[in-house]
Write a protein that binds this ligand. Sequence first.
Ligand SMILES: Cc1ncc(C[n+]2csc(CCOP(=O)(O)OP(=O)(O)O)c2C)c(N)n1
Ligand SMILES: [Mg+2]
Length: 286
Amino acid sequence: MADRIAKLELEAARCRRNVVRMVEASHHGHLGGAMSCLDIVTALYFDKMHVGPEYIQDPERDRFILSAGHKCMAQYAVMAERGIFDKSILDTYGGFKTKIPGHPDMYKLPGVEANTGALGHGLAIATGMALGLRNDGKKAGVYVVMGDGELAEGSNWEAAAAAAHFGLSNLTLFVDYNGLQISGRVEDVMNFMPVTEKFRSFGWSVREIDGNNMAEVVETLDALPFQQGKPSMILARTVKSKGISFAEGKAAYHYWTPSGDELETAIRETEDAIKRLEAVCGEVQA
Ligand SMILES: Cc1ncc(C[n+]2csc(CCOP(=O)(O)OP(=O)(O)O)c2C)c(N)n1
Ligand SMILES: [Mg+2]
């Protein structure tokens, strides 16, 4: 288990460096939300889901829906690290005719399952997918990452009711609870706490974890579905801009246009994290 967690932490560190690489190339991007959900997305792509470059068209593949599409640098970083597209494409982030625009586009990047960016649609899309897969007798799971500010979209609650009504145990929702949205603290803009009780009352099976703790993320994924006949919801407490010291927990870094020596600092910090975790992985294997 220690070996498995250490390797995933190293993959997450490499993916954080990929996020910074995209900002290096384009000079801007949604840093905060990408970094907060990145450990979860890494564990899904590297440890949990049946996905990969060879399975893009496979009807049995698991489906990942990034409902909060602005967090897409996390998904691109992980897909590139997982070999689903060439890493050189990271340097085209947000550019003209790129495969990796500022919100994910299934018509541009093979492996993206749905176009997102307008908040509040991913869970409804995923609910339909999960129902369809079950009706077709497929074992594939559907995994959604949503933002905590995004909970304010009313369409989520219609989807939450439908997913419970249909008893979709093949559907898993992570709420990336970093406490911040675009304009400040979620509890000030639109408070949806207690979120766990709301989902429970809708008929979901619910857990609460530290979403930046890889061991907790992996244990949670291993325990899915939490209850047969119910969809699973994980309230994942995270830190916005996790891994970038000057930006952690600050609403101002929701969208980052680097100034001063910020970019150099972010490169150094993410590269140091990789080196540290490479050493740990070497020790664990030895
Ligand atoms: C329907 C809709 N309304 C508003 C926006 C603008 N918007 C982009 S990101 C964001 C904040 C989302 O906050 P949260 O879900 O907490 O994600 P985080 O910023 O923490 O990644 C908003 C309001 C949008 N993309 N879609
Ligand atoms: Mg948030």
